[in-house]
Structure formats: C-alpha cells, structure tokens
Design a protein around this ligand. Structure first.
Ligand SMILES: [Zn+2]
Ligand SMILES: [Zn+2]
Length: 237
C-alpha cells in the first residue's frame, strides 16, 4: 500500500497547513480510500487529481478537524460527477454533525468491518470525548493502523499489535499530557509502537503550538525509527 499525507495538524491547521487526512492506495492503484477529511485536505486531494479515484471515505470521528472538508467536497463532486455515490464510513454521533453529511452524493455507512475494493477495513473504539474509532486497513499482505484521536487505551494498544505501519495521534507533548486528556503524547506514541512491536511509526495530529521536531524527539526516545508525517510525504507499507 501507499500512504500519502494530505494533512497532519489538529485541532486546527498551521499557516498553509491542513488537518487530519490520509490517502491510502493499493499497490495496483485500483483501490483508493481517504481516511479523514479535515480542514485543508480537499485542496491537497484536488492537487493530486485524486477525487475521482476515491472508492470510499473513512472518518475516524466527527470532530471538525477530521471531517469539515467533506462539506465543500460535495460541491467538487457536482463538477466531477461519479457513476455511484461515494461511500462514507462514519460514526453515527454526534448526530447534528453526522446530519451535515447527508448529501445526495454520499452513501453513508456506519463504521463496521468492510471490504472496499482490495482493502479490508476494521474499526475498534478509541478513547476520545466523542465516538471515535481506530482504523485498520489490510491489503497487499500488509497491515496499516491509524489510532484516530485517542489517549492510552488497552483496546487500541491490542489493535496496533504487529502493524506494518502505525499512524499515531501525537496531539500532546509529554509535559502537557494528562491521563484524562483526549490525545496520546508523542512519547506515549513511541511507547505504544515499541510495546505493540510495529514495524514503522509515523506521528501525526500536530498541534501548531508545538515544533514537530520536539515531538519527534520525544517519540524517538522510545522508538528510535519514529517519523513525523509531513504534508505530501508518501510512505510505503
Ligand atoms: Zn483531532
Ligand atoms: Zn478529535
């Protein structure tokens, strides 16, 4: 699989940046899914001419930094008509936000295990203030796991076990992290990757108030091969 970073910030973008958005494509190029579609992601997707190629959108949760660009995406689809509505897998709550996705160009599905083209997608609940899922995608003999937004959670940790690439929510620095916070710290992402024996760790969801290099250094104390997601960067899984 090929992972392209379309957005790496949260809960708001840095100047010229974009919030959560990740394009995952099979080796054959025949299957493409977009995981999360936060602020700024649509512009980067259009820059790759990838809108027409999407087989589905998967939203880890319905915080705005993970879904807001699905609202203008419906206008883009009006000018790039599809043969079938675009399937969107999303939590059912918060209901007022979910209702915003109810557009004729979308085919709304709950977050349940699904086969999308060549990809097998599984979900497990994460620990966050709203209904949120970690997402696993298996394809081409490889396994990708995204924590979604989460703090430490044994279920998420079990879900990550042995992943070929773990994309992890490094929303907080070690100094700002608390047990009841909505995000992992970068250091805890490193520990998660080490304990779950993952092959590659990529940090994301950088709050613009931090320098991503500082977060990366925190994670590397636990997992020396950790990398920081950068918009436009491609990872092979
Ligand atoms: Zn977020
Ligand atoms: Zn969130």
């Amino acid at each position: 699989m090929r992972l392209t970073i379309l957005g790496n910030n949260g809960p708001y973008p840095c100047g010229g940046g974009a919030c959560s958005g990740y394009l995952l494509e099979s080796d054959s190029g025949n299957t493409a899914i977009l995981i999360d579609c936060g602020t700024g992601v649509l512009a980067n997707l259009m820059g790759m001419d990838a809108l027409d190629r999407l087989d589905a959108v998967v939203l880890s949760h319905l915080h705005y930094d993970h879904m807001s660009d699905l609202l203008p995406m419906q206008y883009a689809i009006q000018f790039h008509p599809r043969r079938h509505p675009l399937p969107v897998y999303a939590p059912r709550t918060p209901e007022p936000v979910r209702a915003l996705l109810d557009a004729p160009c979308y085919d709304l599905w709950p977050c349940e295990d699904a086969t999308i083209g060549e990809m097998r997608v599984r979900f497990t609940p994460a620990r966050h203030p709203v209904e949120t899922n970690a997402v696993e995608v298996t394809c081409d003999g490889a396994r990708f796991v995204f924590t979604g937004d989460s703090n430490t959670d044994p279920v998420v940790e079990f879900f990550c076990e042995g992943a070929d690439l773990l994309l992890a929510d490094a929303g907080l620095s070690e100094a700002d992290w608390k047990p009841a916070a909505p995000h992992y710290s970068a250091a805890l992402c490193g520990k998660l990757a080490k304990d779950a024996h993952v092959k590659q760790l990529v940090l994301t969801h950088f709050n613009p108030k931090y320098d991503p290099e500082d977060l990366l250094n925190e994670a590397r104390r636990e997992f020396p091969a950790a990398r920081a997601a950068r918009v436009g960067e491609v990872f092979y899984i």
